[in-house]
Write a new protein. Sequence first.
Length: 158
Amino acid sequence: MGVYHQGGIVPTQVFLSKQPDATQAVWWKTYMPPIWLLNGKNEVLRTEDVAGMAGSTLLEALERIATCDTPADRRNHEYLKEKNGTYLVAPLSTTWLDPYLENKGLDGLRFREVFRYKKHLNLDDLDWGEDGVWNTLKRVIGRRGLAAWRVTKSCDRP
């Protein structure tokens, strides 16, 4: 259990430290890592802990800080050449995000998964009251892992 409980925190933080465009990182529904793990990147990467934030409030916050999407971003790694990038880090067991992750349209936020670490068990988002014991355990264990998504939005371009 010790290896899995929040096991994806350090690997995800190391991943973010190597992203040339990472300037915003939002950690939702999980433990926020120590920023010293960014190895100097903490001077340009703003890390925000919103673990207990409601999903709708999270989307509003991401809308304010997301960078503009370009068609090339969707097909390759051109986004790494940009100066600013917003990343959302959240457990895969957070089902509230599911309807938003598949947005390929022109409106709203877009989430591009760029990192996944499966050896992560999130015990900080257990909802016994709403989901019940069995469904909560099934979700948390069956969908274990931590992911990072690059978050963009449609913007009017000249």
